[in-house]
Design a protein around this ligand. Structure first.
Ligand code: ADP
Ligand code: GN1
Ligand code: MG
Length: 367
């Protein structure tokens, strides 16, 4: 549903913004929330990002916002103690409502929040150099290190079973059985592809269940475009904190590998463009391990390369499930978009399968 300027400015006026609103325009390419850039007239006032939180995907918005408030305050405190840092640009800053809350509910029951807009940055859907990949790895690795000592109760599990591959496979099987849009017959090849790999892809979950790898605080949506780089392409800020919650390090490493090493787009219709570029893998891995090698266990490191394969598999499976289900979760741009996305993810996985020994060697080299 599109929101008019007057609806959006009414919502924005519920927050403690400074300056006069000049425009509010759709922004970014996320699949879940609706984001708008709020530009103010005065050059010395911040611009803002106004977001409508997808309430269907995130049913417990108060818990979600509590997680984000705790994580951003914790990082801000750390940055403030480091000379030369700029906390308003290196961590997301929530703007409270006039009542002092971190989110607002409008008359239609939509949930909204506002962050300071971090200006003069770049984010990439496709990465074209090992240096950029390195910066992404360094930023997500540093994020992990910074929140490792978050005080207080564990963060809430915002979407239960989010990265539980057994659960994702169960949902896929039951969606195929329900077959609500009569699409199960069209995805037989993809279904066979998924089922052939199901056992291998349960490895990391089983390591966790057997307590062979620790549960950490993870970001859980480490798509490369969820890190902002500055104009010199140096890492600046990790964004999109909706899914920060307990998880295994493999989920963060793997999702970044999925998005930072792909020479094609996440949904590329031309599968010949989709390959895993080992130079980008090397860049990301060295950046990530520069920040985390002293804290990761030997077992965690042993399975990092496998996580590179797990995430294209898991996200591809989620796209495929949503396609069979009739496109109820991810925003789509055309009728077969989710199937196209799934196919591109599975092509990426095949490319990784061919290069897996090299991926493992590279992790060992930098660990
Ligand atoms: P989604 O969950 O829909 O991906 P994000 O929180 O990642 O939503 O925001 C969508 C896009 O908006 C991001 O990819 C980024 O380009 C931009 N963005 C989000 N927050 C900020 C911010 N505080 N400053 C500048 N750009 C931002
Ligand atoms: C969604 O919100 P966005 O676009 O950053 C999804 C991720 C998927 C990603 C695939 C809460 O992320 O899990 O990996 O799409 N977020 C949620 O591009 O489901
Ligand atoms: Mg995002």
């Amino acid at each position: 549903m599109a929101h008019s300027f007057s609806d959006l400015s009414r919502v924005a006026s519920g927050f403690r913004l400074t300056g006069t609103i000049q425009s509010i325009l759709p922004y970014g390419s996320g699949h879940i929330n609706d984001s708008y850039q709020v530009i103010t007239v005065e050059p010395d006032c911040y611009d803002y990002i106004l977001q409508r939180i997808n309430h269907r995907v995130f049913p417990d918005v108060p818990a979600l916002m509590d997680n984000i408030s705790r994580v951003t305050s914790h990082i801000r405190n750390k940055l403030e103690a480091i000379p030369g840092t700029d906390p308003d640009r290196e961590v997301l800053t929530l703007i409270p409502t006039h009542e002092g809350k971190s989110y607002l509910i409008d008359q239609d029951g939509n949930y909204w929040r506002v962050y300071i807009f971090i200006s003069d940055t770049r984010s990439y859907d496709i990465v074209d150099s090992p240096e950029k990949a390195y910066e992404g790895g360094r930023m997500f690795g540093r994020f992990q290190a910074m929140i490792a000592d978050l005080p207080g109760a564990p963060l809430k599990e915002i979407i239960p079973n989010f990265h539980n591959i057994e659960w994702r496979l169960d949902i896929f099987r039951s969606t195929l059985e329900r077959n609500p849009k009569n699409r199960a017959g069209d995805v037989k090849k993809e279904t066979a592809f998924v089922l052939e790999r199901a056992h291998e892809m349960g490895t990391i979950l089983r390591l966790g269940q057997d307590r062979k790898i620790p549960l950490r605080i993870t970001h859980n949506d480490t798509k490369f475009n969820n890190v902002l780089l500055n104009q010199q392409d140096k890492g600046l800020c990790v964004i999109d904190l909706d899914t920060v919650m307990p998880g295994y390090v493999h989920y963060d490493f793997g999702d970044s590998i999925r998005t930072s090493t792909n020479t094609g787009a996440e949904d590329d219709p031309d599968l010949s463009r989709v390959e895993m570029d080992i130079r980008l893998f090397e860049g990301y891995t060295s950046g990530f391990l520069d920040e985390t090698r002293s804290t990761l266990t030997g077992t965690e490191i042993d399975y990092l390369a496998l996580s590179g394969k797990l995430l294209p598999y898991m996200i591809g499976l989620r796209f495929l499930t949503d396609y069979v289900d009739g496109d109820n979760y991810f925003k789509i741009k055309h009728e077969h978009h989710n199937l196209q996305r799934a196919r591109a993810q599975f092509k990426l996985l095949q490319s990784m399968e061919r290069q897996f020994e090299e991926m493992k060697r590279m992790v060992m080299r930098y660990s």
